[in-house]
Design a protein around this ligand. Structure first.
Ligand SMILES: Cc1cc2nc3c(=O)[nH]c(=O)nc-3n(C[C@H](O)[C@H](O)[C@H](O)COP(=O)(O)OP(=O)(O)OC[C@H]3O[C@@H](n4cnc5c(N)ncnc54)[C@H](O)[C@@H]3O)c2cc1C
Length: 393
């Protein structure tokens, strides 16, 4: 039986980051990275499966909730931003060390904007700006209620709007767009050149305690000859499948945890004329009851050197916990100890449930209307007579 000092399950950004840190604090360790797909960073970390905002709370309004007295709580925004600065320091160091030769291969500058309409939302954004603008991490945050200024920042948001509509935006020019898929691939390639053994197309099917730590059962997707490896430390970085794997490990800490069958769906536009006119990540305000992941945003994405515009995410329903998962993932995760917490979450968050049901059954026209609320006149900017529902999904 092969022995490793640490086994990292999953080839996404979490295992890639932890593996890189381990290599530097314990350079002599033998590490195994197990990934069930043929490629690295192909699930949530893939650039097309997330927004690449690299959460820094510069534009995401859910990090600055309004308190009952009307003031704005900034604690979450500050702590999220601090964490992102630590990530940036870590990435800068990796570039200095030559681990990542070209930072532009995974991170690019992209202004972060928040954009709202309606008197109440404008008041909220103004108060948020006042609360953040003097904090050292947010110095440089700009605010405007002037459509001409906002049009300079992001023209697609303004063209076609009624005169006199109450609008406001903030902008932080030093925001970023991050390709976590590319970063995962580069870090895991780097690890594979030294201390790590990467098992691709190999699924971890079980984790069992042994005298010296853990026995990790592997099933290669080609050949199907099972194998067991041993290690004192296992990191479960299996994304959506972490829940099921941790349940099967028998650890008691997983009791009470469950997964909700919610996914995110994007509208994607690769038309270079549109992308040229939109050079920012623009976040709006979530509908009442909407989960933070479904805050609507119109984003510039730079993937493999090409620019696109992404809008979403729309909440969807799926019992799969991974894009390449099984239709039975949700049902396989239900245990007596998480059934009551799951039902309690649903019962205690009626507005969330109502929002999700409404989204899942929303017509294509209603979904596109959410996009046109951000981008009211799609045909004018790109100079064509295409109907407004021609964005590709
Ligand atoms: C709609 C949406 C938008 C998002 N937007 C942002 C954003 O703007 N900014 C941001 O910072 N984050 C964002 N995120 C979150 C971010 O994408 C994830 O937090 C991150 O990619 C998770 O990385 P991971 O390594 O944990 O999981 P993953 O990237 O999913 O990797 C897990 C890996 O484990 C593998 N695996 C699973 N089971 C097994 C098994 N049994 N054996 C072997 N391998 C296994 C999978 O194949 C996969 O490759 C967003 C997420 C979503 C869904």
């Amino acid at each position: 039986m092969d022995r490793f000092d640490a086994v990292l399950v999953g080839g996404g950004i979490m295992s890639a980051t932890l593996g890189t840190l381990l290599k530097h604090v314990e350079p002599s360790w033998k590490i195994a990275i197990i990934e069930r797909l043929p490629g690295i960073g192909e699930e949530s970390s893939n650039a097309w499966n997330n927004a690449g905002t690299g959460h820094s709370a510069l534009c995401e309004l859910n990090y600055t909730p309004q308190k009952d007295d009307g003031s704005i709580a900034i604690d979450s925004a500050v702590s999220v931003n601090e964490q992102f600065q630590v990530s940036r320091q870590f990435w800068s160091w990796l570039v200095e060390e030559g681990v990542i030769p070209q930072p532009s291969s995974f991170i690019s500058p992209s202004p972060h904007m928040s954009f709202v309409w309606g008197e109440d939302n404008v008041r909220f954004l103004r108060a948020r700006f006042e609360a953040l603008k003097d904090h050292p991490l947010f110095v440089g945050l700009e605010y405007s209620e002037d459509p001409l200024v906002i049009a300079e920042w992001a023209p697609l948001l303004i063209d076609g709007r009624a005169k006199g509509e109450a609008l406001a935006a903030t902008r932080f020019v030093e925001g970023t767009d991050v390709d976590f898929g590319s970063l995962s691939r580069q870090l895991i390639d780097y690890l594979a050149q030294s201390t790590a053994t990467v098992y691709s197309e190999t699924t971890v099917t079980a984790l069992r305690r042994s005298k010296s730590g853990w026995k990790v059962s592997l099933r290669p997707e080609v050949g199907f000859t099972p194998e067991v490896i041993e290690t004192p430390f296992v990191f479960v970085g299996a994304g959506g499948m972490s829940l099921n794997l941790l349940q099967r490990s028998g650890i008691k800490e997983i009791r009470g945890y469950g997964g909700f069958p919610v996914s995110g769906v994007w509208v994607r536009c690769d038309n270079p004329d549109v992308a040229r006119h939109h050079q920012a990540k623009v976040y709006g305000k979530a509908s009442v009851g909407a989960p933070p992941m479904s805050v609507p945003h119109l984003d510039t994405r730079l993937v493999d050197g090409s620019e696109s515009v992404l809008f979403g995410p729309y909440a969807g329903f799926t019992p799969k916990f991974l894009k390449n998962g099984s239709w039975f993932d949700l049902f396989a995760s239900i245990r007596w100890h998480n059934l009551i917490p799951l039902l309690a979450v649903a019962a205690g968050n009626f507005s969330l449930v109502r929002y999700l049901v409404g989204e899942v059954f929303a017509s294509r026209a209603k979904k596109l209307q959410a996009l046109w609320d951000f981008y009211p006149r799609p045909t004018r900017m790109i100079g064509t007579s295409r109907p407004p529902d021609s964005a590709s999904r």
